[in-house]
Design a protein around this ligand. Structure first.
Ligand code: ADP
Ligand code: ASP
Ligand code: MG
Length: 412
């Protein structure tokens, strides 16, 4: 007998029929003798609908109330799934994040889980029930409802799997695993049977939204393998992807996949003094405003001044630009400019550690298509570039082709 945590995303529970189908799948796992904990998202489109409602009423409204509203989507699904299971003679009980006690910090809309009280869940499992937990939400130390950021139900599932020492964490979605790139953009993308948690971490942080980055961070930190699979495929031997320790990955490749991110914006302060302490004077106020910075580039100084460019999430663009304008004025900067029509595209693979020339192969492929690179950043297992947003699809297809991924046989 195993303890399994399963997560079903929005499309998997998007209609009453889908919810009943999920109930059937859950019952199937339970009937095989497993303990099953299920995490669900809001029904597809619901979180967007709630966001629109909020913006229609008061887009500047309090972050606390925003999370109170956003968390309701998942609450509906847990109740419905519990009822669907009862309708199939499978005893179940639902819990919101607060009822479980999924404790988080107080960073509304991007809260981090700090602790999970698993007592209720363990007792219910021992009593033979399926336990259904609302994804994407928790409660802070003062009893306020918090949410974990878009895609956060993945993180609830992995965190619960870790807390309960589950044997497996299964993420059911609308694709049958992780592909070499988003199959919606490149239909020829290849299915990946297994990849390293480190690779998935880079892919998620570079924009592959098939798993939320924090979910992969949890899995990486606590060594919890994740299996990604389709809730639309009833075949017992259906394809899936195992995201696991590097040494357990079947096939090592140089470039595992292409990830992209359309949600970034770029800001530049030019002509700032080239002296110690400038970077912190620029980025300190940005981080004080809880705005995360991604890429940073500072030019070699000339005439005792330099230019400083960085990228942030597009939602933070207006606020960050305001902050930067006032920092720029106090530093005597020449100009403060920005662009929120950029995109970041990255190639990822643990095999890059031992292969030189991957970056130049990438730059050549993009240059051959006349795509200009505005910023470049590399790590041991990835190369990222910032380009004009209008070239994103072309660049993704080009790199997928250049590294021979359609055939699923990148060089080893
Ligand atoms: P869920 O609602 O189940 O959480 P998501 O929409 O968050 O589902 O994630 C699944 C989607 O992720 C897929 O439909 C696919 O378009 C997208 N995606 C992006 N990159 C990849 C990738 N490399 N492999 C597979 N799917 C990807
Ligand atoms: N419902 C939330 C969202 O749409 C959380 C999730 O689906 O994981 O982002
Ligand atoms: Mg998701």
């Amino acid at each position: 007998m195993a303890l399994i945590v399963q997560k079903y995303g929005g499309t998997s529970v998007g209609t009453p029929e889908r919810i009943k189908a999920v109930a059937q799948r859950v019952k199937h796992w339970k009937d095989k003798g497993n303990d099953v904990v299920v995490v669900v998202s809001a029904m597809s489109g619901e979180t967007n609908r709630l966001t629109t409602l909020i913006n229609d009423v008061n887009p500047e409204g309090s972050c606390r109330e925003r999370d109170v509203i956003l968390s309701t989507g998942e609450q509906v699904t847990i109740g419905l799934l519990s009822m669907a299971l009862a309708g199939q003679d499978c005893p179940a009980i639902s819990y919101t994040g607060a009822q479980v006690k999924i404790l988080t910090d107080s960073a509304y809309s991007k809260a981090r889980i700090s602790e999970i009280d698993s007592e209720n869940i363990s007792n219910d499992l021992a009593a033979g029930k399926v336990v259904i937990v609302a994804g994407f939400q928790g409660i802070d130390n003062c009893g306020n409802i918090t949410t974990l950021g878009r895609g956060g139900s993945d993180t609830t599932a992995v965190a619960l799997a870790v807390a309960l020492k589950a044997d497996e964490c299964q993420i059911y979605t609308d694709v049958d695993g992780v592909y070499t790139t988003d199959p919606r953009v490149v239909p020829e993308a290849s299915h990946i049977p297994s990849l390293a948690l480190e690779e998935m971490l880079e892919m998620a942080s570079q924009g592959s939204k098939v798993l939320q980055i924090r979910a992969v961070e949890f899995a990486y930190k606590y060594d919890m393998p994740i299996r990604v699979l389709s809730s639309f495929d009833d075949d017992e031997n259906a394809k899936s992807t195992l995201v696991t320790r590097e040494e357990d990955v079947m096939e090592k490749v140089m470039v595992r996949g292409v990830a992209f991110n359309r949600d970034e914006a770029q800001l530049t302060l030019s002509g700032v003094p080239d002296e110690p302490g400038v970077a912190v004077k620029i980025l300190g106020p940005i981080s004080d405003a809880n705005i995360e910075v991604d890429m940073i580039v500072q030019n070699i100084g000339s005439d005792s001044t330099t230019d400083f460019t960085f990228t942030i999430h597009r939602n933070d663009y207006v606020q960050a630009k305001k902050i930067l304008e006032s920092v720029g004025a106090s530093l005597g900067a020449r100009t403060c400019t920005g662009d929120d029509h950029i995109a970041k595209i990255s190639i990822v693979g643990v095999g890059m550690r031992s292969h030189a020339g991957v970056a130049s192969q990438m730059f050549k492929a993009l240059a051959d298509e006349g795509i200009n690179l505005r910023m470049i950043s590399t790590s041991e297992i990835k190369v990222s570039v910032v380009i004009d947003q209008k070239y994103l699809e072309l660049a993704t297809r080009t790199l997928h082709e250049a590294f021979d991924m359609s055939s699923g046989k990148s060089d080893t």
